[in-house]
Design a protein around this ligand. Sequence first.
Ligand code: ADP
Ligand code: MG
Length: 323
Amino acid sequence: MLSEFDIIRCYFSRPAPGAVLGVGDDAALIKPARGMEVAVSTDMLVAGRHFFADADPRKLGYKSLAVNLSDMAAMGARPRWATLSLALPEPMVRTDEKWLEAFADGFFGLAHAHQVDLVGGDTTCGPLTISVTILGEVAKGKALRRSGARPGDDIWISGHLGDAALALAHEQRRIVLEPGEIMECLPALHTPAARVGLGQRLIGLAASAIDISDGLLADLGHILKCSKVAAVVKMGDIRCSASMKRHLPQPLAIECLLAGGDDYELCFTAPRARRKTIETLSLEQEIPLTRIGRIREGGGLVVLDAAGNTITLETKGYDHFHV
Ligand code: ADP
Ligand code: MG
């Protein structure tokens, strides 16, 4: 059976050219470039809570980093270093080296694509849990925050929303998707694209930003709270896939679109005067950027349907302590 040290050496020790010192000592050493500050964020994935225990390990490796890259994107930071903490069930370590190999493959594939170095972590025995900490660089004082939205700002989202939640609802047998719909929605659930390049380009353009991990309503809600403003959103302006369109306006589809979570798109606000620049950025980055509403004075979030009626939802978004 592999020891803790075998696991680290075989699967998680790779050169870290962007660090002063990588895996192998009591701590890694990193040095941000001059004029930059360090953005740090952690996300934990727990088997049975965030993923099925028998999930494809390669996709799991990918996603455990992707969700963290998405947090860097939301701050406008360039991701540079990561640590990885793993709790692995003993039977898995004893019998399933393929799992570790595939997991590492998925993780490092995405890390390499973003020039992120794995510089440390922790490995222990326990119920399957994956915790990644990411560190990135952002120019001093320039990071995008949740607190910058101002009345009159447009509200924008990248990409389209709801497919990951639709795919999950299908896997939980709460909805039945056709084979073509599964093909369209499943990648959003298992291999989300973190909007890392876009996030960095939004510095100086966006007034506030957040990544949509717990559903649009919940995450836009965080911007509103932190910025002490209100918002009106038109549901019909939210970009969605052909599969989603086919299931709207079923209540479950509306819930997936507005409160589903796992989208890993960016929601940001920007003054009206930035519209042209943001539209050009959308073409340049080849990522749809869509205006879905407006920031107002006051508090609270109103979502309108095509007829101008207010939509009310039972759930506002994913909350790990109320499910
Ligand atoms: P310590 O006992 O000082 O905490 P460990 O024996 O836990 O050190 O880890 C040895 C080295 O391996 C450290 O540099 C640590 O950061 C790294 N490491 C441990 N687990 C992982 C992992 N899953 N991925 C990457 N690096 C890891
Ligand atoms: Mg340790």
